[in-house]
Design a protein around this ligand. Structure first.
Ligand code: NZQ
Ligand code: MN
Length: 384
């Protein structure tokens, strides 16, 4: 029997309108906060202004860093960390999707030290400023896990890292903030949740705890992702997808991700206009085919929970029906895409395959089916 160590210290607040509690929560940690956010959405929706007022009313002085781009860069993170250090900030608040939240955690680490954030890939970070996450997408699970993903724009590398000190102290999950997500963001981030469930549930590091999170996340996702996409103003499916995102985020915190993530990170690392979930969509079907034989029972179990009828199908056919169902889901989300549709150049596939190993090797190790660089290259070619 495998030994297990399970740990997640994030205090989770879930509910419509709960952003209003952030002042009280923040005040427990500091009188000063750096808000780390993106360049557009939180300004346009008024959420950033609202947060500033909430913090000021609670006696917390906010400074805004709104320079985070989707697929954030080390440059952006180091710039924000410099501000936090220079101003003696006591708390980092990430506001937005996975990109600002990941950045907030990286800023919290980098602000404590005097080295560029990239160096924390080699050096273990032991301390970080406290972080509060206020999530605006339902996708990465960054709101509740310790991971941060950053891009080195000089090389295109996009590794993930995560140390114990990087867990957010508290996560505010307010589905009202998600109502403004445009359809393509709802689709891409929602499909990311599906892949987290799939990879944590089938990976070599799967266990009873992560599988429990995966199953509940999956139940929520199967009934709510397409609904959230088709009914953007309906808070119910938004709330259920927010729960699915957090549950799947807890699952990957425990059991990690697999080959789809290993390949996607260098895709959106080299092509920063590619949304992480869209990159996954282009890679998912071929990767599922590749993994089918290594974890057929898991495929069948997910197919069963999807409500797919067995009706005389052989094991292979039934397991394969999950791939068909996934294809249908991608079509319903307008995400039936290939790498070439995302602007990826064919002659870059070898570089992407190499970086999948160099920067996300642990995810390939965790994948149910073994893969070497040639197999990964083949998967990329088949997904092109
Ligand atoms: O540009 P801004 O103003 O930030 O607007 C964003 C962005 O353009 C917009 N948006 C977000 N919430 C919105 C909204 N627009 C309207 N209303 C809202 N409520 O959507 C765009 C995408 O946002 P982004 O934060 O980039 O997306 P996502 O949440 O998918 O995060 C992606 C990043 O997270 C990493 C990815 O690699 C990528 O860098 N990941 C982090 C993980 C983790 N921490 O565990 C795991 C994941 O597998 C993933 O790798
Ligand atoms: Mn992901």
């Amino acid at each position: 029997m495998k030994a297990l160590n399970i740990y997640n210290p994030v205090k989770i607040h879930f509910g419509a309108g709960l952003i209003g509690e952030t002042g009280k929560i923040a005040k427990k940690y500091s009188d000063t906060a750096l808000i780390v956010t993106g360049k557009n959405s939180m300004q346009k929706t008024g959420t950033l202004d609202k947060l500033v007022k909430i913090l000021k009313d609670a006696g917390v002085a906010p400074i805004i860093f709104d320079g985070i781009t989707p697929n954030p860069t080390t440059y952006e993170i180091d710039s924000a960390a410099g501000i936090a250090r220079g101003k003696g900030i006591g708390l980092i608040i990430g506001l937005g999707g996975g990109s600002p939240l990941d950045s907030a955690k990286a800023v919290a680490v980098a602000a404590k030290g005097n080295i560029p954030v990239w160096d924390y890939l080699k050096t273990t970070a032991k301390e970080a400023l406290p972080v509060i996450t206020i999530v605006s997408t339902s996708g990465t699970g960054s709101e509740v896990n310790r991971y941060s993903v950053m891009t080195n724009t000089e090389t295109g590398e996009k590794p993930g890292f995560g140390y114990e000190c990087m867990y957010p102290k508290e996560a505010v999950i307010d589905p009202e903030i998600m109502l403004s997500m445009p359809a393509n963001v709802t689709a891409a981030t929602g499909f990311d949740v599906f892949v987290h469930i799939f990879e944590a549930f089938t990976g070599k590091a799967k266990n009873a705890f992560s599988s429990a999170y995966c199953m509940q996340a999956f139940y929520l996702l199967k009934d709510n992702l397409i609904k959230a996409y088709n009914e953007p103003d309906n808070i119910e499916p938004r709330g259920n997808m927010a729960l699915a995102s957090a549950l799947a985020g807890l699952a990957i915190d425990i059991s990690g991700v697999g080959i789809m993530h290993a390949m996607e990170h260098p895709v959106s690392g080299n092509y920063s206009n590619v949304a992480h979930g869209a990159g996954l969509a282009a890679l998912a079907l071929e990767s599922m085919k590749y993994n089918l034989n290594a974890c057929k029972k898991d495929f069948m179990l997910i197919a069963h929970h999807f409500g797919i009828k067995r009706a005389g199908k052989s094991d292979d056919e039934y397991a394969g029906s999950l791939i068909e169902k996934t294809k249908e889901m991608l079509s319903a989300l307008n995400l039936n895409i290939r790498l070439k549709d995302l602007g990826v150049e064919k002659d870059k596939l070898r570089k992407i395959a190499k970086e999948a190993f160099d920067t996300m090797g642990f995810a390939i190790q965790n994948n149910p089916a073994e893969a070497g660089e040639n197999e990964v290259l083949k998967l990329l070619e088949n997904s092109y």
